[in-house]
Unconditional design. Structure first.
Length: 480
C-alpha cells in the first residue's frame, strides 16, 4: 500500500469518528426535557401595600425565567437567581393573575395562575388612647398610650393646654409624654392616620391638674439627748411636697438653707452642753410653713471617767505576755499605762493603748496603773502586786529513739521528752558525727542515719534561760 492510499484510509477514519461523536451529542441533547413551569407564592392575600415572595418550583432545570405579576409592572426577564425567586410589592387593591415562563436550551413553558393574588385596602383607623396618671398636682408628667386600630402610621396630639400640637409618624408621637405645668382641666384629642384615612377621638375634661397645697412642716430627731459631743440626725416629716428646707438648730450654728436632699434630712453635731430649740421651715411653690420644737435637744457634759482594767494571765514564767483590757466607764478617749517594770509608759489615744499587750522579761511582782482620760477629767486606778512573774525551772533532759537497733544504714528518729520548757538542744549521737547544737524545732526532734555497724551511746543536753541538763543513754543504739 502506497502513501496516498494510507492517507485516504486515515481521512475516512477521522470522518467516521466525527460523525459518531456528532450523533452521540445529538442523542444526548434530545434526551434533556423541556421545562415545566410552576411556582408558589406567600402570602397570596393581604392589605396593600403587600410584599409577596414568589418561589419557582419548575422541573426540567430551567436556566431563565420570565414573570408577569399582573399589575402592569415591568415584566421580570432574565437568568439571575433573583429572577428565579423574586419578591414583588403590590401597592393597590385588586385581584391579580400571575404568569411564569421557565426556559432552558430545549424549550420554554408558561404557567398561568388566574386571580392568584388578592389585595385589599386596609381599613381606616379608629383612634383611641389611654393616659396615666389622669390627675395630680402641677407639674404633672402624663404618659399617653395609643390604642388605635387599623394600623395607623401617623398620629396628631392636642393636649388641650395650648402647647404645640405633636404631628408626625415616629414612635415618640405614637405614645408621647407631656408635662402639664399649670392647674386646670384639659381636653385631649388624638388623630390616627393611615393611607386609607384618618379618625379623631376627643376625651373631654380628661386630665385634671391641681395646685399642690402649701407645706405643713414637722420633723423628728434621734437622739434628742446625750453627752457632748452629740451627733443628731433630723428627719423631715413635712406634708405638701416641700422642695426646700431651712433649719435652725438653736446653738448659733449657721442656718442650713437650700433644696438639696442633705438639707431635707441633715445631721448636726452639738459640741456644747445645753438645751436647744430647733426650727424647720418647709417650702414649696405655693408657700412655706415653720415648726418650732422648744427645748427639744438636751446636751449634757459627759462624766469624768472611772478607770478599771483586767489582765490575763496575771502570773507565769519568764517571759510572760500579758493582755490588759480597759474596763473604764465614762467614755474615756485616752489612756496611760504603767506596767511596773520600768518599761516605757504607754500614753496616747489609739485603740492599741486602750487594750495593750505587754511582755514581762524578768521575774518579779509588779504593780500596774491605768489612767483613763476624757474631755471632763481623768482617773487613775492602781493594782498593787498584780502581776507575778517567776523564773522557769531548769530543764531535765530525757528522750526516746526509734528504732534502737537495725541494719546499716539505719535511720533513727530521736524525740525530746525533756521537762522545764527547754529552748535549745544539743545532741551527740556517739558515732563521731557533728554535734547538733541549736534552738530550732529540727534540733529538738532530729533524725540521724548511722552508716556503720556498732553500738552507740547517745547524749542530749536540754537548755533554757535558767540552766541546762544532760542525759546519757549508754550503748543505746545497736547497728549491725
Amino acid at each position: 500500500m502506497n502513501t496516498k492510499q494510507k492517507m485516504s484510509i486515515a481521512l475516512i477514519s477521522i470522518i467516521l469518528l466525527s460523525v459518531t461523536a456528532l450523533a452521540a451529542s445529538t442523542t444526548k441533547s434530545t434526551n434533556a426535557p423541556a421545562p415545566v413551569a410552576t411556582f408558589t407564592a406567600s402570602p397570596t392575600s393581604g392589605n396593600a401595600p403587600l410584599s409577596v415572595k414568589f418561589t419557582d418550583t419548575s422541573t426540567g432545570s430551567p436556566t431563565e425565567w420570565k414573570w408577569n405579576f399582573g399589575d402592569g409592572s415591568k415584566i421580570i426577564d432574565g437568568n439571575t437567581s433573583d429572577y428565579q425567586n423574586p419578591t414583588h410589592v403590590y401597592s393597590k387593591a385588586g385581584t391579580y393573575t400571575v404568569k411564569e415562563t421557565a426556559i432552558n436550551a430545549v424549550g420554554r413553558n408558561t404557567v398561568t395562575k388566574s386571580n392568584y393574588i388578592k389585595i385589599t385596602n386596609a381599613p381606616a383607623p379608629v383612634a383611641t388612647f389611654t393616659a396615666s396618671p389622669t390627675s395630680g398636682n402641677a407639674p404633672l408628667s402624663v404618659k399617653f398610650t395609643d390604642k388605635s386600630t387599623g394600623s395607623p402610621t401617623e398620629w396628631k396630639w392636642n393636649f388641650g393646654d395650648g402647647s404645640k400640637i405633636i404631628d408626625g409618624n415616629t414612635s415618640d408621637y405614637q405614645n408621647p409624654t407631656h408635662v402639664y405645668s399649670k392647674a386646670g382641666t384639659y381636653t385631649v384629642k388624638e388623630t390616627a392616620i393611615n393611607a386609607v384615612g384618618r379618625n379623631t377621638v376627643t376625651k373631654s375634661n380628661y386630665i385634671k391638674i391641681t395646685n399642690a397645697p402649701a407645706p405643713v412642716a414637722t420633723f423628728t430627731a434621734s437622739p434628742t439627748s446625750g453627752n457632748v459631743p452629740l451627733s443628731v440626725k433630723f428627719t423631715d416629716k413635712s406634708t405638701g411636697s416641700p422642695t426646700e428646707w431651712k433649719w435652725n438648730f438653736g446653738d448659733g450654728s449657721k442656718i442650713i438653707d437650700g433644696n438639696t436632699s442633705y438639707y431635707q434630712n441633715p445631721t448636726h453635731v452639738y459640741s456644747k452642753a445645753g438645751t436647744y430649740t430647733v426650727k424647720e421651715t418647709a417650702i414649696n411653690a405655693v408657700g412655706r410653713n415653720t415648726v418650732t420644737k422648744s427645748n427639744y435637744i438636751k446636751i449634757t457634759n459627759a462624766p469624768a471617767p472611772v478607770a478599771t482594767f483586767t489582765a490575763s494571765p496575771t502570773s507565769g514564767n519568764v517571759p510572760l505576755s500579758v493582755k490588759f483590757t480597759d474596763k473604764g466607764t465614762g467614755s474615756p478617749t485616752e489612756w496611760k499605762w504603767i506596767f511596773g517594770d520600768d518599761s516605757k509608759i504607754i500614753d496616747g489615744n489609739t485603740s492599741y493603748y486602750q487594750n495593750p499587750t505587754h511582755v514581762y522579761p524578768k521575774a518579779g511582782t509588779y504593780t500596774v496603773k491605768e489612767t483613763a482620760i476624757n474631755a471632763v477629767g481623768r482617773n487613775t486606778v492602781t493594782k498593787s502586786n498584780y502581776i507575778k512573774i517567776t523564773n522557769a525551772p531548769a530543764p531535765v533532759a530525757t528522750f526516746t529513739a526509734s528504732p534502737t537497733s537495725g541494719n546499716v544504714p539505719m535511720s533513727v528518729k530521736f524525740t525530746d521528752k525533756s521537762t522545764g520548757s527547754p529552748t535549745e538542744w544539743k545532741w551527740n549521737f556517739g558515732d563521731g558525727s557533728k554535734i547538733i547544737d541549736g534552738s530550732t524545732s529540727d534540733y529538738q526532734n532530729p533524725t540521724h542515719v548511722y552508716s556503720k555497724a556498732g553500738t552507740y551511746t547517745v547524749k542530749e543536753t536540754a537548755i533554757n534561760a535558767v540552766g541546762r541538763n544532760t542525759v546519757t543513754k549508754s550503748n543505746y543504739i545497736t547497728v549491725k
